[in-house]
Design a protein around this ligand. Structure first.
Ligand code: CO
Length: 300
Protein backbone atom coordinates (compact mmCIF):
# COMPACT_ATOMS: atom_id res chain seq x y z
CA UNK A 1 0.00 0.00 0.00
CA UNK A 2 1.03 3.61 -0.48
CA UNK A 3 0.42 6.34 2.09
CA UNK A 4 -1.26 8.47 -0.58
CA UNK A 5 -4.18 6.04 -0.27
CA UNK A 6 -4.51 6.72 3.47
CA UNK A 7 -5.81 9.53 5.60
CA UNK A 8 -3.87 10.94 8.52
CA UNK A 9 -5.45 8.73 11.20
CA UNK A 10 -4.89 5.61 9.14
CA UNK A 11 -1.21 6.42 8.78
CA UNK A 12 -0.97 7.05 12.52
CA UNK A 13 -2.66 3.67 13.14
CA UNK A 14 -0.13 2.03 10.88
CA UNK A 15 2.85 3.64 12.55
CA UNK A 16 1.53 2.69 15.97
CA UNK A 17 0.92 -0.92 14.87
CA UNK A 18 4.51 -1.11 13.64
CA UNK A 19 5.85 0.23 16.92
CA UNK A 20 3.78 -2.28 18.89
CA UNK A 21 5.04 -5.09 16.63
CA UNK A 22 8.60 -4.07 17.36
CA UNK A 23 8.02 -3.87 21.11
CA UNK A 24 6.33 -7.28 21.15
CA UNK A 25 9.16 -8.79 19.09
CA UNK A 26 11.79 -7.43 21.48
CA UNK A 27 9.80 -8.79 24.40
CA UNK A 28 9.33 -12.23 22.82
CA UNK A 29 12.99 -12.44 21.86
CA UNK A 30 13.98 -12.27 25.52
CA UNK A 31 11.81 -15.31 26.26
CA UNK A 32 13.74 -17.51 23.83
CA UNK A 33 15.96 -19.29 26.32
CA UNK A 34 17.12 -22.86 26.81
CA UNK A 35 14.59 -24.80 28.88
CA UNK A 36 11.67 -22.53 28.01
CA UNK A 37 9.00 -23.88 25.64
CA UNK A 38 7.65 -22.46 22.40
CA UNK A 39 4.04 -22.07 23.47
CA UNK A 40 5.14 -19.89 26.36
CA UNK A 41 6.88 -17.52 23.91
CA UNK A 42 4.09 -17.39 21.33
CA UNK A 43 1.39 -16.93 23.95
CA UNK A 44 3.17 -14.22 25.90
CA UNK A 45 4.15 -12.39 22.72
CA UNK A 46 0.56 -12.44 21.46
CA UNK A 47 -0.62 -11.18 24.85
CA UNK A 48 2.00 -8.43 24.80
CA UNK A 49 0.53 -7.06 21.55
CA UNK A 50 -2.88 -6.80 23.21
CA UNK A 51 -1.43 -5.19 26.34
CA UNK A 52 0.27 -2.56 24.18
CA UNK A 53 -3.09 -1.65 22.63
CA UNK A 54 -2.74 -3.54 19.34
CA UNK A 55 -4.48 -6.50 17.80
CA UNK A 56 -2.81 -9.64 16.51
CA UNK A 57 -2.22 -9.50 12.74
CA UNK A 58 -1.03 -13.10 12.67
CA UNK A 59 -0.11 -15.54 15.44
CA UNK A 60 3.44 -15.11 16.71
CA UNK A 61 5.46 -17.86 15.07
CA UNK A 62 8.58 -19.63 16.28
CA UNK A 63 10.37 -21.60 13.57
CA UNK A 64 13.52 -23.53 14.39
CA UNK A 65 16.60 -24.80 12.56
CA UNK A 66 15.71 -25.91 9.01
CA UNK A 67 12.13 -24.62 9.37
CA UNK A 68 12.16 -21.13 7.87
CA UNK A 69 8.64 -20.00 8.73
CA UNK A 70 5.02 -20.81 9.60
CA UNK A 71 5.48 -22.92 12.71
CA UNK A 72 3.24 -22.43 15.71
CA UNK A 73 3.44 -24.86 18.61
CA UNK A 74 0.31 -26.68 19.75
CA UNK A 75 -0.49 -28.26 23.09
CA UNK A 76 0.64 -31.63 21.72
CA UNK A 77 3.67 -30.35 19.86
CA UNK A 78 5.38 -27.84 22.09
CA UNK A 79 9.17 -28.28 21.88
CA UNK A 80 11.58 -26.94 24.46
CA UNK A 81 14.40 -24.62 23.46
CA UNK A 82 17.83 -26.19 23.50
CA UNK A 83 20.54 -25.54 20.89
CA UNK A 84 18.32 -24.41 18.03
CA UNK A 85 18.56 -21.41 15.76
CA UNK A 86 15.19 -19.75 16.34
CA UNK A 87 13.20 -17.32 14.16
CA UNK A 88 10.49 -15.25 15.83
CA UNK A 89 7.99 -13.54 13.50
CA UNK A 90 5.52 -11.07 15.04
CA UNK A 91 2.75 -8.90 13.61
CA UNK A 92 0.33 -6.43 15.19
CA UNK A 93 -2.40 -4.39 13.57
CA UNK A 94 -4.56 -1.42 14.41
CA UNK A 95 -7.80 -1.14 12.44
CA UNK A 96 -6.29 -3.54 9.90
CA UNK A 97 -2.99 -1.69 9.36
CA UNK A 98 -0.23 -4.19 9.96
CA UNK A 99 3.31 -4.04 11.30
CA UNK A 100 5.39 -7.13 10.47
CA UNK A 101 8.85 -7.91 11.82
CA UNK A 102 11.09 -10.83 12.72
CA UNK A 103 14.43 -11.70 14.24
CA UNK A 104 16.66 -14.70 14.87
CA UNK A 105 18.18 -16.02 18.09
CA UNK A 106 20.95 -18.62 17.91
CA UNK A 107 20.91 -20.68 21.09
CA UNK A 108 23.78 -22.91 19.95
CA UNK A 109 26.31 -20.07 19.82
CA UNK A 110 27.67 -21.67 16.64
CA UNK A 111 25.65 -19.82 14.01
CA UNK A 112 26.45 -16.19 14.67
CA UNK A 113 27.53 -15.59 11.09
CA UNK A 114 24.30 -17.03 9.72
CA UNK A 115 22.29 -14.74 12.00
CA UNK A 116 24.39 -11.78 10.91
CA UNK A 117 24.00 -12.61 7.22
CA UNK A 118 20.24 -12.03 7.11
CA UNK A 119 20.44 -9.04 9.45
CA UNK A 120 23.16 -7.34 7.41
CA UNK A 121 21.24 -8.10 4.22
CA UNK A 122 18.23 -6.32 5.69
CA UNK A 123 20.35 -3.37 6.82
CA UNK A 124 22.09 -3.06 3.46
CA UNK A 125 18.78 -3.19 1.61
CA UNK A 126 17.38 -0.45 3.84
CA UNK A 127 20.48 1.69 3.17
CA UNK A 128 20.11 1.63 -0.62
CA UNK A 129 16.33 2.02 -0.80
CA UNK A 130 14.95 5.31 -2.09
CA UNK A 131 12.22 6.27 -4.56
CA UNK A 132 13.02 4.96 -8.03
CA UNK A 133 15.07 1.95 -6.95
CA UNK A 134 13.94 -1.33 -8.52
CA UNK A 135 12.91 -4.53 -6.79
CA UNK A 136 15.72 -6.43 -8.51
CA UNK A 137 18.27 -3.99 -7.06
CA UNK A 138 16.93 -4.65 -3.56
CA UNK A 139 17.08 -8.39 -4.26
CA UNK A 140 20.61 -8.15 -5.58
CA UNK A 141 21.82 -6.31 -2.47
CA UNK A 142 20.25 -8.96 -0.23
CA UNK A 143 21.71 -11.78 -2.30
CA UNK A 144 25.21 -10.28 -2.46
CA UNK A 145 25.31 -9.56 1.25
CA UNK A 146 24.28 -13.08 2.18
CA UNK A 147 26.66 -14.66 -0.32
CA UNK A 148 29.54 -12.58 1.03
CA UNK A 149 28.97 -14.36 4.33
CA UNK A 150 29.25 -17.67 2.47
CA UNK A 151 25.54 -18.50 2.62
CA UNK A 152 22.58 -18.54 0.22
CA UNK A 153 19.45 -16.41 0.28
CA UNK A 154 16.19 -18.36 0.35
CA UNK A 155 14.87 -17.52 -3.11
CA UNK A 156 11.28 -18.64 -2.77
CA UNK A 157 10.57 -16.55 0.30
CA UNK A 158 10.25 -12.81 -0.06
CA UNK A 159 9.30 -9.51 1.46
CA UNK A 160 5.84 -8.24 0.63
CA UNK A 161 3.44 -5.36 0.54
CA UNK A 162 0.90 -4.97 3.33
CA UNK A 163 -2.76 -4.08 2.90
CA UNK A 164 -5.66 -3.37 5.20
CA UNK A 165 -6.31 -6.74 6.90
CA UNK A 166 -3.95 -8.31 4.33
CA UNK A 167 -0.56 -9.65 5.45
CA UNK A 168 0.74 -10.32 1.93
CA UNK A 169 0.04 -8.07 -1.03
CA UNK A 170 2.04 -6.69 -3.93
CA UNK A 171 4.91 -6.04 -4.35
CA UNK A 172 6.96 -9.20 -3.92
CA UNK A 173 10.30 -7.97 -2.57
CA UNK A 174 12.79 -10.60 -3.71
CA UNK A 175 15.73 -11.97 -1.72
CA UNK A 176 17.76 -12.34 -4.94
CA UNK A 177 18.06 -10.61 -8.29
CA UNK A 178 14.84 -11.82 -9.91
CA UNK A 179 14.91 -9.36 -12.80
CA UNK A 180 11.88 -7.38 -11.62
CA UNK A 181 12.42 -3.80 -12.77
CA UNK A 182 9.39 -2.40 -10.95
CA UNK A 183 10.36 0.85 -9.26
CA UNK A 184 9.69 1.68 -5.64
CA UNK A 185 7.63 4.84 -5.15
CA UNK A 186 7.68 7.47 -2.47
CA UNK A 187 5.04 6.63 0.12
CA UNK A 188 5.18 2.87 -0.38
CA UNK A 189 5.01 0.72 2.74
CA UNK A 190 6.22 -2.87 2.62
CA UNK A 191 8.10 -5.53 4.57
CA UNK A 192 11.59 -6.72 3.66
CA UNK A 193 12.57 -10.12 5.01
CA UNK A 194 15.82 -11.73 3.95
CA UNK A 195 16.32 -15.39 4.86
CA UNK A 196 19.85 -16.84 4.81
CA UNK A 197 20.73 -20.53 4.84
CA UNK A 198 23.70 -22.87 4.72
CA UNK A 199 21.53 -25.11 2.52
CA UNK A 200 20.47 -24.73 -1.10
CA UNK A 201 18.18 -21.75 -0.64
CA UNK A 202 14.79 -23.24 -1.44
CA UNK A 203 12.03 -24.03 1.04
CA UNK A 204 9.35 -26.67 0.61
CA UNK A 205 6.02 -27.16 2.34
CA UNK A 206 5.95 -29.86 5.00
CA UNK A 207 2.77 -31.34 6.50
CA UNK A 208 0.58 -30.70 9.54
CA UNK A 209 -0.15 -26.97 9.35
CA UNK A 210 -0.61 -25.19 12.68
CA UNK A 211 -1.41 -21.81 11.12
CA UNK A 212 -4.55 -21.26 9.04
CA UNK A 213 -6.68 -18.54 7.54
CA UNK A 214 -10.28 -18.16 6.45
CA UNK A 215 -10.84 -18.34 2.69
CA UNK A 216 -14.57 -18.26 1.90
CA UNK A 217 -18.00 -18.85 3.38
CA UNK A 218 -19.75 -22.14 2.66
CA UNK A 219 -22.48 -24.06 4.48
CA UNK A 220 -21.32 -26.46 7.20
CA UNK A 221 -23.56 -29.20 8.53
CA UNK A 222 -21.72 -30.34 11.63
CA UNK A 223 -22.80 -28.45 14.75
CA UNK A 224 -19.45 -28.31 16.55
CA UNK A 225 -17.58 -27.40 13.38
CA UNK A 226 -20.04 -24.54 12.96
CA UNK A 227 -19.17 -23.31 16.44
CA UNK A 228 -15.48 -23.39 15.65
CA UNK A 229 -16.11 -21.61 12.35
CA UNK A 230 -17.94 -18.89 14.27
CA UNK A 231 -14.86 -18.45 16.45
CA UNK A 232 -12.67 -18.29 13.31
CA UNK A 233 -14.93 -15.48 12.07
CA UNK A 234 -13.60 -13.33 14.92
CA UNK A 235 -10.14 -13.34 13.32
CA UNK A 236 -11.39 -11.19 10.40
CA UNK A 237 -9.73 -13.27 7.69
CA UNK A 238 -6.29 -12.82 9.22
CA UNK A 239 -4.15 -15.90 9.93
CA UNK A 240 -4.83 -17.77 13.17
CA UNK A 241 -3.10 -20.47 15.22
CA UNK A 242 -4.48 -23.91 15.94
CA UNK A 243 -3.53 -23.43 19.58
CA UNK A 244 -5.89 -20.44 19.84
CA UNK A 245 -8.77 -22.83 19.15
CA UNK A 246 -7.33 -25.41 21.54
CA UNK A 247 -7.79 -22.85 24.32
CA UNK A 248 -11.57 -22.93 23.72
CA UNK A 249 -12.39 -26.37 22.33
CA UNK A 250 -11.15 -29.92 22.86
CA UNK A 251 -8.27 -31.10 20.71
CA UNK A 252 -10.51 -33.76 19.19
CA UNK A 253 -13.05 -31.18 18.04
CA UNK A 254 -10.39 -28.79 16.80
CA UNK A 255 -8.70 -31.49 14.71
CA UNK A 256 -12.00 -32.61 13.26
CA UNK A 257 -13.19 -29.10 12.46
CA UNK A 258 -9.92 -27.97 10.89
CA UNK A 259 -9.85 -31.05 8.69
CA UNK A 260 -13.47 -30.57 7.60
CA UNK A 261 -13.08 -26.85 6.98
CA UNK A 262 -9.88 -27.34 5.03
CA UNK A 263 -11.45 -30.08 2.88
CA UNK A 264 -14.42 -27.82 2.13
CA UNK A 265 -12.08 -25.01 1.10
CA UNK A 266 -13.42 -22.75 3.86
CA UNK A 267 -10.00 -22.35 5.45
CA UNK A 268 -6.50 -22.99 4.20
CA UNK A 269 -3.47 -24.21 6.13
CA UNK A 270 0.05 -22.80 5.94
CA UNK A 271 2.32 -25.80 6.58
CA UNK A 272 5.76 -25.20 8.11
CA UNK A 273 8.29 -24.35 5.37
CA UNK A 274 11.48 -26.38 5.56
CA UNK A 275 14.77 -25.77 3.77
CA UNK A 276 15.00 -28.42 1.06
CA UNK A 277 18.47 -29.64 2.09
CA UNK A 278 17.70 -29.29 5.80
CA UNK A 279 20.00 -26.28 5.88
CA UNK A 280 19.77 -24.02 8.91
CA UNK A 281 17.86 -20.80 8.26
CA UNK A 282 18.07 -17.29 9.74
CA UNK A 283 15.68 -14.39 9.10
CA UNK A 284 15.46 -10.66 9.70
CA UNK A 285 12.49 -8.46 8.88
CA UNK A 286 11.29 -4.87 9.14
CA UNK A 287 8.30 -2.95 7.82
CA UNK A 288 9.50 0.21 6.08
CA UNK A 289 8.07 3.43 4.65
CA UNK A 290 9.71 5.06 1.65
CA UNK A 291 10.30 8.78 2.04
CA UNK A 292 13.48 10.33 0.60
CA UNK A 293 15.01 7.14 1.97
CA UNK A 294 13.67 4.07 3.77
CA UNK A 295 12.24 4.76 7.22
CA UNK A 296 12.06 1.72 9.49
CA UNK A 297 8.58 1.70 11.08
CA UNK A 298 9.06 -1.43 13.18
CA UNK A 299 11.23 0.17 15.81
CA UNK A 300 10.68 1.99 19.08
CO1 CO B 1 6.50 -10.72 6.63
Amino acid sequence: MNINDLNKEELEDWKKACKISAQALAYGKLLIKKGNNLLDVTKKTDEKIIRLGGKIAFPSQVSMNQIAAHFCPTKNNNPVFDNQIVKLDVGAHINGFIGDNACTVDLSGENNELVKASREALNNAIKIIKPGITLEEIGRTIQETIMNFGFSPVRNLSGHGLGKFEVHTKPTVPNYNNGDETEIKKGDIFAIEPFATNGHGIVIETSNPTVFSFVQKKPVRDMTTRQILKEIGNYKGLPFAKWWLEEKFSLFRVNLALRQLENLGIIRGYPPLAERDNGLVSQAEHTILIEEKAIVLTKF
